[in-house]
Design a protein around this ligand. Structure first.
Ligand code: PLP
Length: 392
């Protein structure tokens, strides 16, 4: 007898993974140059030079491969806390930082730490589909709030309806995967005010998890509000997967922010959750790497160029695109309301691999990951054009 729930999770792969595998197989059959794979969100630029240099240097040092304390090396937690304080004006205590294997582990540990069976977590569509799996795995359920359908901003009227006496918290992700949308300061302020009221009504804190792997990937003068300034009971889930292009190395952190009620207990529950799932002692050498490179600025010009080409060219072809202010995804209205059907057509007819928005719990859009080679984008434009013509 095995766990039916785990079996189900393991036997179904995500549509994104399926598309990617399809692309690999198709490329082997018809040539790499004839497949336009926009499925995965895996960074296409190398890590910053300081990161690779620090890694090479660390490899020459002694004592870098051993266990660290479960929550991470004290010096690493200290340098991350210092950086949070310098960059965001917080008073982060290193004892509230827990090093993790990327954002997925940050989220699973935080959700597990806070949840009791029967709780509800509100998630704001469009959202990273793994949230459902993380929440349901601890006996809770998700309640989905739909966004403003044209902008992907929060629809506060819809959100209001999602609260109940079982609400444990809310998960946000800005810059957003899949829409590239960035919540403004006004939006975050309104959200904070709503959560404060709801916590009062419910008689217990409603937690806000802010999932921020794309924080540094923003274009122009867009700024990403630092959420703990606007709502006290905020837990930050961060990862270096995207900003430092270290997705395969699995490194990130949880910050139980300064104002969280009974924050020390919450932090210990995070430690307990990490322990119960074996998420202890995040990869040591990458703890040291991120610690030494913590304030390294990243170059996002490649993503910006890709974004600008796709936005301009697709808009000219008649596609309605949401101009992404951050991350490396373009969210585009499908030319058939049935996004799955539209993306399937694009896949089989033109080898254009696009992710239907149903995967992210909204209808009528597709996600184009533009963390790809510019050359592939340029080659794909003919296929996008033909696809548009087939639906007009
Ligand atoms: N959250 C969001 C919104 C993501 O897009 C991703 C990865 O694509 C993750 C979490 C997981 O990130 P990590 O690879 O750091 O676990």
């Amino acid at each position: 007898m095995i766990s039916k729930k785990m079996y189900e999770l393991g036997s179904k792969s995500s549509i994104i993974r399926e598309l990617f595998m399809y692309g690999r197989q198709k490329a082997a059959e018809i040539g790499e140059e004839n497949v336009y794979d926009f499925s995965l969100g895996s960074p296409s630029v190398p890590p910053p030079e300081t990161v690779t240099n620090t890694l090479s240097d660390l490899l020459q040092r002694d004592n870098v491969h051993g266990y660290t304390p479960a929550a991470g090396h004290p010096s690493v937690r200290e340098s991350i806390a210092k950086s949070i304080n310098k960059r965001f004006g917080m008073k982060a205590d290193p004892n509230r930082i827990y090093m993790t294997c990327g954002a997925a582990a940050s989220l699973t540990c935080t959700i597990k730490a806070l949840t009791v069976a029967g709780d509800e977590w509100i998630v704001l569509a469009p959202f990273f589909p793994e949230y459902k799996c993380f929440v349901e795995s601890v006996g809770a359920s998700i309640v989905v709030s739909q966004p403003n359908p044209d902008t992907m901003d929060i629809d506060f009227e819809d959100l209001e309806k999602c609260f109940s006496s079982k609400t444990k918290g809310l998960i946000i992700n800005s810059p957003n995967n899949p829409s590239g949308f960035v919540y403004s300061e006004d939006t975050i302020k309104s959200l904070g005010a709503m959560l404060k009221d709801k916590s009062k009504e419910n008689g217990h804190p409603i937690y806000l998890i802010t999932d921020e792997p794309y924080r540094e990937i923003v274009y122009g003068d867009v700024s990403v509000p630092y959420v703990p300034h606007y709502y006290q009971n905020t837990i930050v889930c961060y990862s270096y997967s995207k900003s430092f292009s270290l997705a395969g190395e699995r490194i990130g952190y949880i910050y139980v922010s300064d104002g969280v009620e009974e924050g020390d207990q919450v932090f210990l529950a995070v430690c307990g959750a990490g322990r119960s799932m074996g998420f202890v002692c995040a990869p040591s050498i990458f703890q040291y790497v991120v610690s030494e490179c913590v304030d390294t600025e990243i170059d996002i010009s490649v993503y910006k160029e890709n974004r600008d080409i796709l936005y301009k060219e697709l808009s000219a072809m008649g596609y309605h695109c949401i101009m992404p202010e951050g991350a490396f995804y373009l969210f585009v209205k499908t030319l058939d309301q049935d996004a799955e059907k539209f993306c399937e057509y694009a896949k089989t007819k033109y080898n254009l691999l696009l992710v239907p928005s149903n995967s992210f719990y909204v209808e009528g859009y597709m996600r184009i990951s533009y963390c790809v080679k510019k050359d592939m984008i340029l080659r794909s434009l003919k296929a996008f054009k033909q696809l548009a013509l087939d639906f007009t």
